[in-house]
Design a protein around this ligand. Structure first.
Ligand SMILES: Cc1cn([C@H]2C[C@H](O)[C@@H](COP(=O)(O)OP(=O)(O)OP(=O)(O)O)O2)c(=O)[nH]c1=O
Length: 618
């Protein structure tokens, strides 16, 4: 069972700004998918300046979360959707106790708590982030939860024994109720998870309030910020009778940050029912899925018309000007531009439409991180493929692709595979922006310091080599690709990137002798290639014992429970009904058969998986 509101967050980039293993465990157990980025905020706020201890905890939680949100934004130039911060304090007789600084301090704290009741407060900050005008925009929601804990009367000896266990040191008030510290506790009133560091129940209610569809007008909204109430299941339900209008209202509240970055944001929960009118939960997420193809097509069309280029050059522009400059109808232009606004790709101002930061970064036809060609590729190749999906799934259409690959026409190696959108994608140049966006993650996915030379087969469109050189200053990188690919590497030279470590060697990795190296890199070369074993065996033949092979592939991830990677892989397989299913286990088996050992995997992003294998001694 998963809280509906947690399910709604599965497609958002959620970050927990905490190093606390307890908080991580509580949120993981609830099914939330999140990244952990511990906060570097120094907990030095002046306690006396806060009207209440809880206000101090809430402010500390907020500062923790904001520090992480700003750090991520500075690093990625992309706002995460949600950053969660928390701070737990113990309060006895008005005195705030945080983590003990040493054993004596821990003992003193425990003595204060001995035989008495105290309060544990956890302040929580939920920071919704978006990027506006090139700056991070935050919308902070906060709350606190209080739990009363009573200690038994305990002997000095027991308290010292407990201090000597080491448990108190990283915990507010010097005890951990979830472990050995439970022997100290006689009574708890309230949410015990709040004591352990995170008030999950209150968090879910708060999130339901923030992310749930508006409740029907005839049922007044319950007061949510009070202590835990008994209507938990009701308040967490997805129920929102109404129709499409209810979703619209949610977007209008300004909670649409990251609209263009995720997929369905919630799914109907068949288990919960509105007791009053016996309607099923309103399937907001499902309707978003049903409409998803229209959103994609609008984005593709705007890219094809170069709307974003035009607005970058001349914006802000009104619909009438966009229409005349692109030679489309005024009414059509207005509608397309408004859809782009709703998708978070354009802003509508008094002076006309202009690109959002997301569109400016990724949807112009030029630019280092442009995904424009990827969008065009999806429109031209993946779209017709998806449109014919029902035919491809019919019996008889599922025979495994068995034609051998030949020569350097990698994308056209097999007629069936050549029709597969993702295979073409790697070879069409459409992934240039994607390759650039992911190159750093790939280059740093593993410690490669034991290698002195690397050979990037196929060159990965010139994107990976400079990142490898940057991340591993001792590594010489050879890009081995067809002569016509030399321009990719040459153009890096003109951009002044670190290139003294990088050289280009022309050749066909399917036919020619591979340049010597102790690390071979095959980026996007295997997927859709029926003879992937033959290519890997060529590499194995050149790789010295102790040498490595770095494989980078789309959607190898086999764990369908992982929301985004799982979905990506499932969609990939669906689009390749005639291709063999090749996930991590296939590659692992193949590599081991070819004499590679210690096969390790890094899931670098939602998009790529990186595998590092070491050539065993013969
Ligand atoms: C009272 C009590 C606290 N604690 C923990 C919860 C918190 O992790 C910790 C209080 O310290 P915090 O400063 O709230 O959190 P933290 O330093 O562990 O992590 P971060 O600042 O990165 O978010 O005490 C228990 O684990 N059990 C308990 O019974």
């Amino acid at each position: 069972m998963m809280y509906p509101v947690i399910r709604r967050l599965l497609h958002k980039r959620v970050v927990l700004a905490s190093a606390s293993p307890r908080r991580q465990e509580i949120l993981s157990n609830a099914g939330l998918k999140f990244e952990v980025v511990p906060s570097q905020f120094k907990e030095t706020l002046t306690k006396a300046s806060f009207p209440t201890p809880s206000a101090y905890a809430v402010e500390t939680a907020k500062q923790k979360a904001l520090e992480v949100a700003h750090r991520i934004y500075q690093k990625d130039l992309r706002a995460p959707d949600i950053v969660i911060g928390a701070d737990t304090i113990v309060v006895i007789e008005g005195l705030i106790l945080e983590k003990p600084v040493d054993r004596q301090d821990a003992y003193s704290m425990l003595c204060r708590l001995n035989g008495k009741e105290h309060s544990v407060f956890t302040g929580v900050a939920i920071v919704h982030c978006s990027s506006q005008d090139g700056r991070l925009h935050v919308d902070v929601s906060e709350f606190h939860e209080e739990t009363a804990v009573t200690f038994s009367q305990l002997s000095d000896e027991l308290l010292w024994d407990y201090v000597d266990s080491g448990e108190p040191m990283d915990k507010a008030g010097g005890y951990g109720i979830q472990a050995l510290g439970s022997v100290l506790v006689e009574q708890v009133r309230g949410d015990v998870l709040n004591v352990v560091g995170f008030p999950l129940n209150h968090f879910c209610r708060k999130m339901a309030e923030l992310h749930g569809p508006p409740r029907p007008a005839h049922r007044p909204q319950a007061q949510r910020d009070s202590a835990p109430t008994t209507d938990t299941s009701e308040s967490l339900s997805d129920v929102a009778p109404g129709g499409a209008g209810s979703h619209r209202a949610r977007s209008d509240e300004g909670r649409g940050h990251g609209r263009a970055q995720g997929g369905a944001q919630g799914r109907g929960h068949p288990g919960s029912r509105d007791a009053d009118c016996d309607l099923p939960p309103f399937p907001t997420g499902l309707l978003e899925l049903i409409d998803g193809f229209k959103a994609s097509k609008a984005l593709f069309t705007a890219c094809k018309l170069k709307v974003f280029d035009l607005l970058d050059d001349e914006g802000p522009l009104r619909a009438v000007d966009v229409a005349s400059k692109l030679d489309i109808s005024e009414c059509g232009a207005g509608r397309l531009l408004d859809v782009c606004v709703a998708l978070g790709l354009l802003d509508k101002t008094d002076r006309g439409y202009r690109n959002t930061e997301l569109a400016g970064l990724h949807l112009l036809s030029r630019g280092e991180h442009s995904l424009h060609s990827l969008a065009l590729h999806c429109d031209d190749h993946a779209w017709p493929h998806v449109a014919g999906l029902d035919r491809a799934l019919r019996p008889g259409a599922a025979a495994a692709c068995s034609q051998p690959a030949s020569g350097a026409e990698a994308g056209a190696a097999c007629p069936d595979c050549s029709q597969s959108p993702d295979t073409k994608l790697w070879f069409s140049g459409a992934t240039h922006g994607l390759a650039r966006l992911t190159a750093r993650q790939v280059a740093t996915a593993f410690d490669l310091s034991r290698f002195s030379s690397a050979c990037d087969l196929g060159g990965c469109l010139g994107a990976l080599a400079p990142e490898l050189a940057r991340a591993h200053p001792g590594l010489r990188v050879t890009v081995f690709d067809l002569p016509e690919a030399a321009e990719h590497v040459a153009c890096l030279r003109s951009t002044g990137r670190r290139t003294e470590q990088v050289r280009f060697v022309p050749g066909d990795f399917l036919k020619d002798r591979l340049p010597e190296a102790d690390l071979y890199i095959a980026c996007g070369l295997l997927r859709g290639r029926p003879d992937d074993g033959a290519l890997l065996s060529r590499i194995a033949g050149s790789c010295p014992p102790g040498g490595g092979l770095l494989l980078v592939e789309l959607a190898l991830h086999e764990d369908a429970r992982e929301a985004r990677p799982g979905l990506r892989r499932a969609l990939h397989c669906l689009l390749h009904p005639r291709g063999p299913e090749r996930g991590l286990s296939h590659h692992r088996r193949l590599l081991e058969r070819l004499g590679f050992a210690d096969v390790r995997v890094a899931h670098t992003s939602d998009v790529l998986d990186v595998v590092l294998a070491t050539r065993a001694a013969p």
